[in-house]
Design a protein around this ligand. Structure first.
Ligand SMILES: Nc1ncnc2c1ncn2[C@@H]1O[C@H](COP(=O)(O)OP(=O)(O)OP(=O)(O)O)[C@@H](O)[C@H]1O
Ligand SMILES: [Mg+2]
Length: 499
C-alpha cells in the first residue's frame, strides 16, 4: 500500500510548554488512522504542523512524496492535504459556496462566477446528503452545518489526505451516519483519513488503525481490530476508569423552574415543563428540533414570544442573559466560540467574567479574590493550562470547554442548563464532569441537559422530554428512557399514536 505520510521524532514547544516529544505518525492510502489522547495531549498541534500552521522544532516529515514541510495551510491544501478544524472560524458574511471555493474562486474573465460556484457547491453538498442552499450566509448556519460545509470543501479540493479533527463533535447521529458513508467512499478512492475523536464507539466503527498520544508522547499504533475500549482508555489516561456515570443520589425537591406555553415562531411551540431542585432533566431531539433555541429563550439570549417562566413559583421576565444571571440561571453553551469565551483574554479573565460584578466593592474589582476562586475551579476541573494568564485561544479544545464550565459554576447558579456539555472532552474529563453534575444536583441545583449523545443523555437524566420540530412529542422516565424510545419520539411519533 502506498504511504502518504510519515512523521518521525516530531518535537514542538510553545515557550516552556513541551507539547510534542518525539512523536511519530504515518498514514497509508485508503486508510482511516485515528489519532487519540486526552485533552491537551497534542493531537491538533501535530496536525497543524502537518498543515504548515505551526513549524516543528525538530523531527522529520515526508508527505505525498515530498520531504519539505508546508509553510502554510493554503500550500497544504493545494498539495492535497485538507484539514477540518475542531474550532471552526468561518467568515460570517460569506456564502456557503464562497466558503467552499475560498482560494480557488471560479472566474469568468476577472469576475468570480457566482452561479457556477453555487452549482458545483450544490453538487458536493448533495454528495454528502446535506440539504443546504449554497447561497446561504455562513453566519446563518449551526455548528453542525458549518462542519458539513467544511467537509464539502475538503471534497472539492480532491484532497489525498483529509484530517478530521473531531468532525462529529457537533453533528447528530443521522449526520454521523452520512459522514461515515462518505469516509468509506473516500477510502475506496484511496484517500487517507486522519481521524481525531473522543468518541470510543466511532473509533471502533470507522478506523483501521489507532495511534495514542499521552502528554505529548507517542504511546502506540495498533490495528483497531486488535484493541478494545479499555486498552485505549488505559493508554490515554494511564489508569482504568470503571464508573463513567455516577449513581444518582440527589434528592428531588420543590419546583424551581416552570416553563409554560413557551413559543417562538419557527423554533418551538407551546412547550411546557417543570424542573425541580436536585433534578436532572434531559432534553432530546434531532438537530433543528429546537432544543438549543428553547434554552436560549429561557436564558434570555433570544426573545420568548409567547409563554411564561416561573422561578421558585414566581413569574419572572427574563429579557437578557443579564436577567438570567441575576435569577441564578447558567447556560453552559454548545457553541463556546460564539457565546462562551473571549478567546483573546486570559483563562482568569474568562473564568471570572460572570462573577466580576459580584466581586466588586465600591466599584473596585477585588482581583485577588477572583484569582483565588478561578484558580480553585480551574484546578478542580483538571484543566490543562500553563497558568491563569494563558490566553484561552491557545488552549486545546477540550480545555476551553472546561473554562466555560468554570466560568458558570463560579457564579453558584441554582439552575444550570448544559448544552452539549462534553463536546470534545476526553473520557477521563467526561467522567469528571458527570461527577460534577451529580454533585451539583446533590446540592439541590436544578439541572437541564441537552445532549446528542444518547448514552450520555440516558446516563445522566432522571427524566427526558423529547422535541420534534419545535414540538414536545413526549416525556420518558426511568426504564422508558431507551435509545429506541427517544428516537421514536424524536422523529415525530407521539406516545399516543404509538399505542
Ligand atoms: N498556539 C499555541 N500557543 C501556546 N500553546 C498552545 C498553542 N496551541 C496549543 N498549545 C498547547 O499545546 C497543548 C496541546 O494542545 P492541542 O490543541 O494539540 O491538544 P489536543 O490533543 O488537540 O486536545 P483536545 O482533545 O482538547 O483538542 C496544550 O497544552 C495547549 O495549551
Ligand atoms: Mg484538539
Amino acid at each position: 500500500m502506498e504511504k502518504l505520510l510519515e512523521m518521525k521524532e516530531i518535537c514542538k514547544s510553545f515557550g516552556t510548554n513541551n507539547v510534542l516529544k518525539n512523536v511519530q505518525f504515518d498514514l497509508f492510502a485508503g486508510e482511516v488512522h485515528a489519532l487519540i489522547g486526552e485533552n491537551g495531549a497534542g493531537k491538533s498541534t501535530l496536525m497543524k504542523i502537518l498543515m504548515g500552521m505551526y513549524k516543528k522544532d525538530s523531527g522529520s516529515l515526508s508527505v505525498l512524496g515530498s520531504d519539505e514541510a508546508y509553510t502554510n495551510p493554503d500550500q497544504a491544501l493545494k498539495a492535497g492535504v485538507a484539514m477540518i478544524h475542531q474550532e471552526l472560524n468561518p467568515i460570517p458574511d460569506m456564502s456557503v459556496a464562497e466558503n467552499i471555493f475560498l482560494g480557488k474562486e471560479k472566474r469568468k474573465w476577472i469576475f468570480t462566477s457566482k452561479k457556477e460556484q453555487e452549482k458545483e457547491s450544490k453538487r458536493y453538498l448533495d454528495m454528502l446528503g446535506i440539504d443546504l442552499e449554497p447561497s446561504v450566509l455562513m453566519r446563518e448556519l449551526s455548528v453542525s452545518e458549518m462542519q458539513m460545509v467544511e467537509i464539502a470543501k475538503a471534497l472539492s479540493y480532491g484532497a489525498r489526505i483529509i484530517i478530521m479533527d473531531e468532525p462529529t463533535s457537533a453533528i447528530t447521529e443521522a449526520e454521523v451516519e452520512k459522514l461515515f458513508q462518505n469516509i468509506k467512499m473516500l477510502k475506496e478512492q484511496g484517500t487517507g483519513i486522519i481521524y481525531i475523536s473522543h468518541k470510543m464507539d466511532e473509533l471502533f466503527e470507522i478506523s483501521d488503525r489507532i495511534t495514542v498520544l499521552r502528554d505529548g508522547q507517542y504511546v502506540f499504533s495498533k490495528k483497531t481490530k486488535d484493541l478494545c475500549p479499555n486498552d485505549l482508555i488505559k493508554a490515554m489516561v494511564g489508569r482504568e476508569i470503571t464508573e463513567i456515570y455516577p449513581e444518582s443520589k440527589s434528592k428531588i425537591g420543590e419546583v424551581i423552574l416552570k416553563v409554560k406555553h413557551a413559543s417562538r415562531k419557527g423554533e418551538f411551540k407551546k412547550i411546557d415543563f417543570e424542573l425541580r431542585k436536585g433534578e436532572k432533566l434531559g432534553i432530546a431531539g434531532l438537530m433543528g428540533a429546537g432544543r438549543t433555541e428553547l434554552m436560549m429563550a429561557v436564558f434570555g439570549a433570544a426573545k420568548l414570544e409567547e409563554g411564561e417562566i416561573e422561578i421558585g413559583g414566581v413569574p419572572v421576565r427574563i429579557q437578557s442573559p443579564k436577567d438570567a444571571i441575576r435569577q441564578k440561571i447558567a447556560l453552559v453553551t454548545e457553541d463556546r466560540k460564539r457565546y462562551g469565551l473571549n478567546l483573546t483574554a486570559s483563562v482568569e479573565d474568562n473564568a471570572v467574567s460572570v462573577i466580576e460584578s459580584s466581586l466588586s466593592k465600591f466599584g473596585f474589582y477585588r482581583r485577588k479574590l477572583g484569582r483565588k476562586a478561578a484558580e480553585e475551579m480551574i484546578s478542580r476541573m483538571n484543566t490543562k493550562v500553563t497558568g491563569m494568564d494563558q490566553i484561552v485561544g491557545s488552549l486545546s479544545g477540550g480545555n476551553m470547554q472546561k473554562v466555560v464550565l468554570s466560568k458558570w459554576l463560579l457564579n453558584d447558579p441554582d439552575i444550570i442548563i448544559f448544552d452539549e456539555p462534553t463536546r470534545g472532552i476526553d473520557v477521563g474529563a467526561k467522567a469528571e464532569i458527570y461527577k460534577i453534575i451529580e454533585e451539583l444536583a446533590c446540592k439541590g441545583k436544578g439541572i437541564i441537559i441537552i445532549s446528542s449523545e444518547m448514552p450520555e443523555l440516558i446516563g445522566l437524566s432522571q427524566r427526558i422530554i423529547v422535541l420534534h420540530e419545535g414540538e414536545q412529542t413526549g416525556e420518558l422516565r426511568g426504564k422508558e428512557m431507551t435509545q429506541e424510545n427517544i428516537m421514536t419520539l424524536a422523529s415525530g411519533y407521539r406516545k399516543e399514536e404509538k399505542e
